[in-house]
Design a protein around this ligand. Structure first.
Ligand code: NAD
Length: 125
């Protein structure tokens, strides 16, 4: 869609062997702010789509790591984005709501009392 070499993908895991359509893949630990910044500068990045996270079930098994990845990771991304004036997209989740949130026609602004550290970390940001 954006052309060859226009999208840089990153993660801390190896690509599956059948992921042949991805032509620019890099190891990047979002807990390391300087390596985020290095990639942004070296690749002249103008937009970050930030997906890295520990989701509900995994997050509950290691709450300290979930807080690191989900909170410190977002903080690192936002600080680099602010410094280099780039756009950021970070998805939210239904996990940001909780049992006390109205279930019918849930408004955008409503009670958010999540019951997982994953949901809590989304509400924080
Ligand atoms: N899957 C869904 O249904 C859903 C729904 C709503 C929102 N989202 C959001 O979309 C995003 C991605 O979700 P997903 O389903 O692809 O999750 P996923 O678990 O498949 O992917 C998360 C990725 O983060 C990576 N990661 C973990 N620690 C890291 C680190 N220190 N540095 C770099 N990468 C690291 C993992 O290796 C993994 O590939 C999340 O922010 C999630 O909240 C997902």
């Amino acid at each position: 869609m954006y052309g060859s070499g226009c999208v840089v993908m990153t993660d801390i895991v190896k690509l599956p062997f059948d992921a042949t359509e991805i032509d620019d893949y890099n190891y990047l630990d979002i807990l390391n702010q300087s390596t985020i910044e290095e990639l942004v500068v070296n690749k002249n990045i103008d937009t970050i789509v930030h997906f890295s996270a520990l989701l509900s079930a995994v997050g509950e098994t290691n709450i300290p790591l979930a807080l690191q990845v989900n909170c410190r990771g977002v903080e690192n991304i936002l600080q680099v984005a602010q410094k280099h004036k780039i756009k950021v997209f970070i998805p939210s989740t239904i996990g940001a709501f909780g049992p006390t949130t109205p279930k019918e026609k849930t408004p955008d602004l409503t009670v958010q009392c999540p019951t997982t550290i994953y949901g809590v970390s989304k509400v924080i940001f």
